[in-house]
Design a binder for this molecule. Structure first.
Ligand code: NDP
Length: 285
């Protein structure tokens, strides 16, 4: 029998703990932790993600400031808002919801967020610190994946982890975090030859491709643990991951569902990073 790794339950218990720590830190410091969330344009998925982040802030006793800018916002206008939030001592974390409209260079925007407020962990400073093993804001999805694996008592050290996907927000930082946990890591991508053979050797599979039911049962070794990062829609429009859950799950030791797996943990790790930023700022004052 396989274990379904319940990200919703783990996220709920972590949020309770964050709320208690945030409330006691607020009492000591005379203000609550504060996250500024910027959304440009009206992408419906971004709308949902921003709403989820607001809800999580409320559950975690974190103040949230929302900036909803029109699609026509220029890069300079967005940079000016980020500069003012960087200089605002009441703001601990800044998040700019991606994707941005095509006329805005996402790299310039993430680079503009002060490393001290980079609660998404996407800035070159945060990623550089992660690479060199220094304390930093960990990118939220990879950090959530490690928590999920540990919650399911998954052996990691010395095990073979295959990650499908090499994006800067999921695949690459997940590889670094799994290395930090002493896994042996293989990163696959669209140019990988014999991908199914690579995945079949994995004790732990992390799928971050963005293609519905991409990972099929024949790719999975018996007893593997599978983390499904993907958020897709199936033929009938239902939310699904990158893994063909129904057929893959019976071969697994443990597996995350979509929805209710990685997603809630990503938002929760954002809350954890915001509290960490708040604690760092209070220490400095
Ligand atoms: P990207 O599109 O940035 O990266 C996708 C990766 O998959 C790329 O590295 C790409 O390879 C690889 N890939 C695409 N096709 C194939 C293929 N046929 N064979 C092997 N590799 C392939 O996506 P993200 O990393 O941003 O996100 C991945 C998925 O995770 C999406 O569904 C996204 O919505 C979801 N997501 C979920 C989150 C959550 O909290 N649950 C958070 C973030 C993302 P190449 O580099 O060669 O192009």
């Amino acid at each position: 029998m396989y274990l379904i790794i319940d990200g919703k339950k783990l996220a709920a218990s972590m949020r309770e703990d964050i709320a208690a720590r945030a409330a006691s830190a607020a009492e000591k410091n005379g203000r609550r932790p504060c996250l500024a969330v910027i959304k440009v344009g009206s992408d419906p998925a971004s709308q949902t993600y921003v709403k989820n982040k607001e809800k999580a802030c409320a559950a975690c006793s974190i103040e949230s400031l929302k900036y909803e800018l029109p699609e026509t916002t220029s890069e300079d206008e967005l940079l000016a808002l980020i500069a003012s939030l960087n200089g605002d001592s009441r703001v601990d974390g800044i998040l700019c919801q991606l994707p941005l409209p095509k006329h805005i260079d996402e790299g310039r925007i993430t680079d503009a967020i002060s490393p001290e407020k980079d609660v998404d962990g996407f800035s070159p400073v945060s990623l550089g610190k992660l690479l060199s093993g220094k304390d930093s804001f960990l990118p939220c999805t990879p950090a959530g994946i490690i928590k999920l694996l540990k919650s399911a008592a998954t052996p990691i050290a010395g095990k073979h982890c295959v990650i499908i996907g090499r994006s800067s927000i999921v695949g690459k930082p997940s590889a670094l975090l799994m290395l930090r946990e002493n896994a042996t890591v293989t990163v696959c991508h669209s140019r990988t030859e014999h991908l199914a053979d690579e995945v079949r050797r994995a004790d732990i599979v992390i799928a971050a491709v963005g293609k519905a039911k991409f990972v099929t049962a024949d790719m999975i070794k018996d007893g593997a643990t599978v983390i499904d990062v993907g958020i897709n829609r199936d033929e009938s429009g239902r939310l699904c991951g990158d893994v063909d859950f129904e057929n893959v799950a019976p071969k697994c030791r443990a597996i995350t569902p979509v929805p209710g797996g990685v997603g809630p943990m990503t938002v929760t790790m954002l809350m954890e990073n915001t509290l960490k930023a708040f604690e760092m700022h209070c220490k400095k004052q």
